[in-house]
Design a protein around this ligand. Sequence first.
Ligand code: ZN
Length: 148
Amino acid sequence: MFDDLNDLYQQVILDHSKSPRNFQKMEKANRVAEGKNPLCGDQVTLYLLMEDEIVKDISFQGSGCAISKASASLLTESLKGKTRDQVKRLFEEVRAMITTGKITGDELGKLAVFAGVHKFPARVKCAILPWHAVVAAMEGKPEPVSTE
Ligand code: ZN
C-alpha cells in the first residue's frame, strides 16, 4: 500500500505508527471523544485538556492501521498549544490535503506526510478519523463519531 508514497513520508508514518506519541489515557482531560472507522476497523479515543479555548494537553488511545495511528500521533504533536479556531483551520487544511493531495497554507508542517494518502481512497478515512474525533471532543459531542 505504500508503494507510491515518498520514502521519507513513509518513514515518518511508520515511525509514528510503531512508537505513537502522546499515546496514553489522560486522567485530567476535560474533553473526550471516540472515533471509529468501521471500514478498516480503526478505533481512536482523543483526550483533551482545554483551558480558555486553548489545547493545553492532548493524548490518544486506540487501535487500528498504521495510517490511523500515525495520523493520531502527529495530530497530538501538532495541536498542543493551539486555539480552538486554529485547530478547526488546520482540520480543514488537512482534510483538503488528504482528499486532493494538494498542500494549501503553511501551517501543516509534518502533517504534510499524509499528502500521498489521497492516492489510496480507502485510507483517506483512516487518516481523517482522529481529526473528526478531535473536533467532536472540542465541541463536546457525547456520541462516538464514525466515518460512515
Ligand atoms: Zn485504517
